[in-house]
Ligand binder design. Sequence first.
Ligand code: APR
Length: 258
Amino acid sequence: MEEVLPHRVAQLLRDARRVVIFTGAGISAESGVPTFRDDLTGLWARFDAQQLATAEAFHADPDLVWGWYEWRRARVRRAEPNSGHLAITTIESRIPDSTVITQNVDDLHERAGTPATIHLHGSLFAPRCTAAAAHPATFPDQPDGEAAEPHEGRRISPPRCASCRELVRPGVVWFGEALPEAALTAAAEAATACDVLLTVGTSGVVYPAAEIPRIAASSGATVIQVNPQPTPLDRIAAINLRGSAAQVLPTLVAAAWR
Ligand code: APR
């Protein structure tokens, strides 16, 4: 591990006063949540996620898309935060001015102990009315046990809004949609002000989220990337740690605060 995790990286983290941890699907991969670019299986095998995560797909076939999100939600419910999520909470406890920004729509950061996670792409657990954002956001979880979702998935009709009877949709940001403004602003501010940004498990290709590490780098922060694969962020990262989040992050934390 020594050549992968040089002493200098641990020191950079230990000495940081403001840290941003920017995560993508890779941090949840070792919790059993597939990354967005993994091949789909079962009912969705002939699609890729980018085809299903659109308003057009939902309008064309709401049952297919809602079923996919219920299947994803069930998988997340069954998953547990991994040692990568937990290592991030240790960083937060050591460096109080830390901000966790995720592109993930799961709740594994929260369940690991990061309640103030900024979600750039919304949440699987906040469905909303397709017609009016102001309509009450308290839609019940799918009844009869998400745990019972069949492995191959199934079509499910979305519920209807209690106020206007329009369809309820997943509370996530679909391709082509704007990111929640408050989240994006808070993320950009944190990236501008940090001295170290850790980017973990993201391919760094989906904008505007992928701007966040680039904003940090151009504002003078040191960018440290944790990813088993090269990504377009390699060029802006001062340090590339090629390994999995659940392995590299605990090692990094242990080296920083041994
Ligand atoms: N640890 C760290 N990184 C990992 C691991 C792991 N165990 N497993 C995979 N990765 C890396 C992959 O190498 C890849 O670079 O995680 C990255 C996952 O990339 P994507 O699937 O593209 O996920 P993400 O970057 O979060 O996608 C961004 O795009 O599809 C939309 O809205 C969706 O939020 C998503 C956004």
